[in-house]
Design a protein around this ligand. Structure first.
Ligand code: SF4
Ligand code: SF4
Length: 182
């Protein structure tokens, strides 16, 4: 019988920009969930989701905080979608120096969306729960897990032999002994 391949769950939030009304309930819910103690305050400046609003362009784009980057990118493209022009920044979740989104107001530290990880787990992230316009949809996908190949016994023996030749048996045993006591 063929062994079942190991899988992992990828959690995503899909965004339909045509449905977003710019109500910013998602920002409030996210900041409440991440306040300390939980739900003790609301401050969109602490939210890990922000809505890019350009009323003249009728543009409302919710973006979630991704990875921190020290430098601005050079991307200055404009995207035309359904007759509206969107700047590249409108879709970018990078926490970068060119805008003041996603920096914790007191400490200045970058924020990042953690999908509302908590124990016990929520049925849906808070921003999705409160989005009554259905602009945000929570999706879980099962994908194959990339497992690192485990070293074979031969490979382990070759590695051990190399270490013994390089550092001597005594030093290796001393090191192993130290590690086993941690
Ligand atoms: S709660 Fe939904 S509709 Fe309101 S701003 Fe956020 S994404 Fe847009
Ligand atoms: S998933 Fe949770 S942490 Fe991420 S933006 Fe939504 S409410 Fe904030």
């Amino acid at each position: 019988m063929k062994a079942r391949q190991a899988t992992k769950i990828i959690k995503e939030i899909k965004v339909d920009i045509n449905k977003c009304t710019g109500c910013r309930a998602c920002e409030m819910a996210c900041s409440a969930f991440h306040s300390k103690p939980k739900y003790s305050s609301i401050n969109p400046a602490r939210s890990r989701i922000r809505v890019v609003v350009d009323e003249l362009n009728d543009e409302y784009v919710p973006i979630r905080a991704g990875d921190y980057t020290v430098a601005e990118c050079t991307g200055r493209h404009t995207y035309a979608i359904d007759g509206k022009d969107y700047s590249e920044c409108s879709f970018c979740g990078a926490v970068c120096p060119s805008r003041d989104f996603f920096f914790e107001p007191d400490s200045g530290l970058p924020l990042k969306c953690d999908m509302c990880e908590t124990v016990p787990a929520l049925d849906q992230p808070w921003c999705v729960k409160v989005c009554t316009a259905d602009s945000l949809t929570y999706v879980e996908r099962e994908v194959p897990r990339d497992e690192k190949p485990q070293p074979t016994r031969d490979q382990l023996e070759i590695g051990l032999e190399f270490l013994i030749n390089e550092y001597g048996m005594e030093a290796i045993l001393e090191n192993l002994n130290r590690k086993s006591k941690r």
